[in-house]
Design a protein around this ligand. Structure first.
Ligand code: SAM
Length: 360
């Protein structure tokens, strides 16, 4: 099956792709494995959601007690405001509620709150969710949703692909804990990379084998092979979770060979017998594969961007990145006024690189 890409979805201004339940479950379990109290006593906000479509609300509501949540809030975006329009029909759930209002249903966002056992069956779950219309359309940037952000401890969602930068900035401005889905291309965005470098943002546990499948809403054309006819799911490449919640995998150091052993035994022909090239214009060596990072090299190393998924902050520090937007990430490796933002090896450009150095 071919891949769609978040960038393509972003360019097509289609934000209506929904996350699968087991992907959410798998990701949340990684934080609970590390710290079972990650969510205990916390208010979790799921903006850009809609319980009628989304598994985020379902997952958190069904695990409200196990997670020890204090409060769960999710908000949905009005059908009329969505960039990608599909024929709108209020759900039976909404229509059967006393507060249903045909004048508001497609133009207002909704807020869903879970904070206690409403139906008196002794458990707090999905059936205890209360909802009402928001004053506005549920735009995360609105004053009312921003007030909910301020109330929350942790913000979790798959945000609109077209607004990823703005969404992250909105969270970071309030200094909140977060777990959000985005494209790996965002790693070198000027709004993202400085946070990675300062260890204020890292990659989450990740999708199974790095593949993310989302449920599309509406009927549209896909390039052949992108949409699985059997499951109806669309495969996205390059998708990851971005977070500042800690998990165990990021503290597992990479097992690596020394420089001498790499030269002797590396499975990569570029390294075996040859060693590492030094960039023409950066004071660093070129390491074209993550598994070829020499464990004992003391200086700066340029490594593929996929390294980030294996990054252990106790093992390496991140110094900079090539091809990142803006020139702010050189950390002295090259001159910030230089027009060259790519490292060169014998006059040829290397691929996009992160620059790292081992910690003692
Ligand atoms: C990628 S979908 C993900 C939905 C859901 N969180 C999930 O993963 O299953 C993003 C959602 O954000 C909504 N959205 C788009 N722009 C928004 C905005 N400015 N404020 C709030 N939500 C928005 C879209 O309509 C869409 O439902």
């Amino acid at each position: 099956m071919a891949n769609a890409s978040l960038t393509a979805a972003k360019n097509a201004k289609n934000d209506e792709f929904y996350t699968q339940y087991h992907d959410i479950e798998r990701e949340i379990n990684a934080y609970l494995d590390f710290n079972p109290d990650t969510f205990r006593g916390k208010t979790v906000l799921l903006p850009c959601d809609d319980p009628e479509w989304s598994n985020f609300t379902l997952f958190f509501a069904q695990h409200f007690e196990v997670l020890g949540l204090k409060k769960l809030i999710s908000t949905s975006y009005a059908a009329e405001s969505k960039l990608y329009k599909t024929p709108y029909q209020p759900s039976l759930f909404e229509q059967s509620a006393p507060q249903f209002d045909p004048a508001k249903t497609s133009v207002r966002g909704k807020i869903f709150v879970l904070d206690g056992d409403v139906d008196g069956d002794g458990i707090i779950d999905f059936h205890d969710i209360k909802w009402q219309y928001l004053e506005g359309d549920g735009d995360f940037r609105s004053r009312e949703v921003t007030a909910l952000r301020d109330e929350a401890d942790i913000i979790v969602t798959n945000p609109p692909f077209s607004l990823f930068r703005e969404f992250l900035a909105w969270i970071v401005a309030a200094d909140k804990k977060f777990l959000i889905i985005g494209s790996a291309n965002a790693i070198t965005y000027k709004e993202v990379f400085p946070l990675i470098k300062e260890n204020r943002l890292w990659l989450g546990n990740g999708f199974h084998k790095g593949n993310a499948y989302f449920r599309p809403v509406g009927d549209r054309e896909y390039v052949a092979g992108v949409k699985d006819a059997e499951t109806g799911l669309v495969k996205f490449r390059n998708c990851c979770w971005f977070t500042n919640l800690d998990h165990g995998r990021r503290h597992q150091p990479l097992i690596l060979m020394t420089e001498a052993d790499n030269v002797r035994y590396s499975r990569h022909k570029e390294i075996r017998g040859a060693g590492y090239a030094h960039y023409d214009n950066y004071d660093a060596i070129e390491v074209p594969y993550v598994d070829a990072i020499p464990s004992d090299y003391e200086g700066a190393m340029g490594v593929p961007i996929t390294f980030l998924d294996k990054y252990c902050p106790e093992q390496f520090e991140i110094l900079g990145a090539s091809e990142s937007e803006g020139k702010g990430f050189s950390n002295g490796l090259w001159h910030s006024e230089s027009s060259v933002s790519q490292p060169l090896v014998n006059g040829s450009r290397a691929y996009k690189r992160l620059f790292i150095r081992k910690l003692q």
